[in-house]
Design a binder for this molecule. Structure first.
Ligand SMILES: [Zn+2]
Length: 295
C-alpha cells in the first residue's frame, strides 16, 4: 500500500478544503502504563486525521519515540509533549515505510537518531524524498520541510536500554510488507503499530492471511496484555479479536457481494462506529479487485 497515503490524504484534504496548519483539530496524549523504571505514553492525531499514534517510552534519563506522524503540526505537538517530560529524545523508531509514520517529524526532531529495520531504511532512502516533495506540493505548510531519515539499522533481537528490556522483531506481510514490532516484556507492552487498528477501518489490499497470522501471533504471547496500535488507542486481547473478526467479515463480505457498493454498505452497517470510511473508498478504487465482483 505504498501509494495509499497519497490517495488517502488527497481524499482527506478534499474533505477539509479550508484546512490550515493553524486551525486543525488538536491531538491528544496520555500515559498508557508504567512501572518503576519506565513509562509508556501515547500521542495521537485526532480521529478525522486517522488517529496516527506516536508512542513515547520514558526511561530514567531519556525518551524513545516510536513513529512520527504524517502532518508536521502534529509532530510539533508531539515535540511539545516530549519537551514537557524534561528528558532528551535519544532514538526515534520507524515501524514501517508508510508515509504517515515518518514524513512528519523532520522539522520537530531534526537531530534525533532514527532507527529502522534494514528494509525500511532502504525503502525510505530510495523513495522518501520524492514522497515528501509530492506531499509538500499537495498540502503546503501542513507537511514538514525536510525528512530525518533512518541512519541506524535496528537488528531483530534483544537490547537493554536504561534499565528496561526491549525485544525487536521483524514481522512480514501484515498490513505492510515489512514492519518492526517492539516488545517491552517487563511492562507487558506489545507495540504492534499497523498490525492492529482500533475503531478505524482496516486497509484491505487483497489476501489477509499474513495479517491474520500476525494477529494470532500476538494472541499467543501471553506476557503481553497491552497492545499499542498504529491507528487508534491501545487495547487488550479483545482488540486483537476485534481485528480478526473484522478481517473475517471482510473475506465473508467479499464473497457475498457482487460489487463495491454492496461491499461498502455491508462494512459500514456492520461497523457503524468505525472512523476512516474514506479508507474503504480508497482501497476499493485502487487495490481490492475480487474476481467474483462485476462492475
Ligand atoms: Zn499507518
Amino acid at each position: 500500500m505504498k501509494s495509499l497515503k497519497s490517495f488517502l490524504f488527497i481524499f482527506i484534504m478534499s474533505t477539509f478544503t479550508t484546512i490550515k496548519a493553524q486551525n486543525i483539530p488538536p491531538g491528544s496524549s496520555w500515559t498508557v502504563t508504567k512501572n518503576n523504571d519506565v513509562k509508556v505514553h501515547t500521542y495521537m492525531s485526532p480521529s478525522p486525521m486517522f488517529a496516527n499514534t506516536s508512542h513515547i517510552i520514558e526511561l530514567k534519563n531519556e525518551l524513545i519515540i516510536v513513529d512520527g506522524q504524517f502532518f508536521a503540526p502534529y509532530a510539533l505537538e508531539l515535540k511539545k509533549f516530549t519537551d514537557s517530560l524534561g528528558k532528551p529524545v535519544t532514538r526515534l523508531y520507524i515501524s514501517h515505510d508508510h508515509p504517515d509514520h515518518y514524513i512528519g517529524f523532520g522539522d520537530a526532531f531534526p537531530n534525533v537518531k532514527v532507527y529502522a529495520l534494514a528494509e525500511t531504511k532502504a525503502s525510505i532512502e530510495q523513495a522518501g524524498q520524492g514522497v515528501l516533495e509530492q506531499r509538500q506540493a499537495q498540502f503546503g505548510s501542513m507537511i514538514a520541510t525536510k525528512l530525518n531519515k533512518p541512519s541506524v539499522i535496528q537488528q531483530p533481537g534483544e537490547e537493554t536500554i536504561g534499565n528496561s528490556k526491549f525485544i525487536f522483531e521483524k514481522s512480514l506481510n501484515n498490513e505492510s510488507a515489512v514492519s518492526l514490532v517492539i516488545k517491552l516484556p517487563e511492562l507487558g507492552v506489545y507495540i504492534a503499530q499497523d498490525i492492529v487498528y482500533n475503531k478505524i477501518h482496516l486497509f484491505i489490499e487483497g489476501d489477509t492471511k499474513g495479517w491474520e497470522n500476525a494477529l494470532h501471533k500476538i494472541l499467543k504471547e501471553k506476557t503481553y496484555t497491552t497492545v499499542l496500535s498504529g491507528h487508534g488507542k491501545e487495547g487488550k486481547t479483545e482488540l486483537i479479536k476485534e481485528n480478526l473478526n473484522y478481517l473475517a467479515y471482510v473475506n465473508e463480505t467479499i464473497l457475498k457481494s457482487k460489487n463495491k457498493e454492496e461491499y461498502k454498505a455491508a462494512m459500514l452497517k456492520k461497523f457503524p462506529e468505525y472512523g476512516g470510511e474514506q479508507l474503504i473508498d480508497i482501497y476499493l478504487n485502487y487495490y481490492l479487485k475480487p474476481k467474483n465482483w462485476v462492475n
